[in-house]
Ligand binder design. Structure first.
Ligand SMILES: Nc1ncnc2c1ncn2[C@@H]1O[C@H](COP(=O)(O)OP(=O)(O)OP(=O)(O)O)[C@@H](O)[C@H]1O
Length: 324
């Protein structure tokens, strides 16, 4: 199956390579006799936040590990900050930040000492534009760990450890940051603070961010672009809004009138509502308009890929009752 074709996205000229923090073409990965990636194409511009979504086992971690230079691909062209990760040197590595799923080392270290120690690695790679490392006190405040600066890592709660993981990932002020399921274990306040941090890194520091998550609401909040990996390929590439509209252009309008419930699917909700209210005015109650969500889009696209059956919006069945 080919990637979803989005209006405007197909014909758009590709940006020049120097604008691309990531440029991956026809990436293939085979484990033994099993092909996991069948020709993945993906790009990310500098300062862009890209969410890589896909079902369990789709190959997200494999893809990210190849981009990080931890795993060699079977075939394909990969450029990360202009460099082939297979040949990335220390200077290149210092420009990347990685927040892995479970980082459980250094239990005896105190938080401040650990960040200062890891930060020292980045000092030789400071540039006029990017001072490295991030000053520890500022970094602690940024990730909300100031009160725990003197605590031993082993004594931190799960959520505090995750904040430390993030601090470790960004202490070198990376130009490209990989976040693997970054907010697992965060309470709602920590999650919101983390989302603000991601926006700040992308908007103020022009950090390119690639994140994997199974939390579609999080992807929708954070990502400029969503890539869906399924069946070893990128099957969709677009903004959350573009993907939702691509899958189901119709809006669902619900209301009650004289105690009866009505549901109607329409491509032009505004015109429909205008007519509805003109005709029935004050008798219309509990009016709701719902568009397909990113979750609807994701589930439909992955289902189509896995079954080979294209359902699309035409066969989308709304619970249709008498309409007016
Ligand atoms: N070292 C390995 N050797 C053999 N097979 C592997 C190896 N690593 C991963 N795989 C297989 O490759 C496929 C993709 O795995 P991967 O971890 O990249 O998926 P994922 O999309 O990150 O999944 P999840 O959402 O569950 O984290 C899976 O079928 C997995 O079993």
């Amino acid at each position: 199956m080919t990637a979803v074709e989005l209006p405007g996205a197909v014909a758009a000229p590709r940006p020049p390579d120097e604008d691309l923090a990531l440029d991956v073409r026809d990436l293939r990965m085979r484990y033994g006799a099993v092909d996991v990636l069948h020709g993945v194409d993906l790009t990310a511009r500098r300062g862009e936040v890209v969410a890589l979504l896909g079902p369990n086992g789709a190959g997200k971690t494999t893809t990210i590990e190849i981009l990080e230079g931890f795993r060699l691909p079977s075939a394909g062209t990969v450029r990360v900050l202009g460099v082939d990760p297979a040949h990335g040197d220390e200077r290149w590595r210092a420009r990347l930040g990685v927040v892995l799923q479970s980082w459980r080392d250094h239990g005896k270290w105190r938080v401040r000492d650990l960040l200062a120690h890891l930060g020292d690695f980045y000092a030789p790679y400071a540039t006029d534009r990017i001072p490295r490392p991030w000053p520890v006190d500022e970094l602690l405040a940024t990730v909300g760990l100031t009160a725990h600066a003197g605590s031993r890592v082993a004594r931190l709660s799960g959520g505090q450890r995750r904040r430390l993981d993030v601090a470790v990932g960004i202490v070198g002020r990376p130009e490209l940051l990989f976040l693997d399921e970054p907010t697992v274990g965060f309470d709602p306040a920590a999650r919101r603070e983390f989302h603000e941090l991601v926006h700040r890194l992308a908007d103020l520091d022009e950090t390119t961010i690639v994140l994997t998550t199974h939390d579609l609401a999080e992807a929708e909040k954070l990502a400029d672009r969503i890539l869906i990996l399924a069946g070893g390929r990128i099957i969709a590439d677009g903004s959350p809004d573009q993907l939702a509209r691509r899958v189901a252009g119709d809006a669902e309008v619900r209301w009650t009138r004289d105690g009866e419930r009505y549901v109607h699917a329409t491509a032009d909700a505004t015109a429909f509502l205008r007519d509805l209210l003109r005709e029935h005015g004050d008798r219309v109650r509990e009016l709701e308009v719902r568009r397909a969500s990113l979750e609807d889009a994701y589930l439909t696209l992955v289902h189509e890929e896995e079954t080979g059956i294209r359902t699309g919006r035409a066969e989308r069945v709304w619970q249709q009752e008498e309409t007016r």
